[in-house]
Design a protein around this ligand. Sequence first.
Ligand code: ZN
Length: 81
Amino acid sequence: MNEPGTSVENAIDVADPSEEYEWLGRNPCACGGSWQLVFQALVGKAQKGAGTQMTDRLRVGCETCGAERDVFFVVTYEDEG
Ligand SMILES: [Zn+2]
């Protein structure tokens, strides 16, 4: 099974960067621990229709067991005008 957000190709669509953290809150580590952000990087930017899609890579670490994973998100910004 291909988990969402494990690569750029199946990045999770969000409308706002704050939804990235909400998603992490709803999808804790397999051990049940909460994710803490290790680093965040912009890995892609593309024009799509009337908006700009930014692909974010979030490296998170579990505060309980120490596991780390990358989660990819795509945020679509509507262009002004
Ligand atoms: Zn854990």
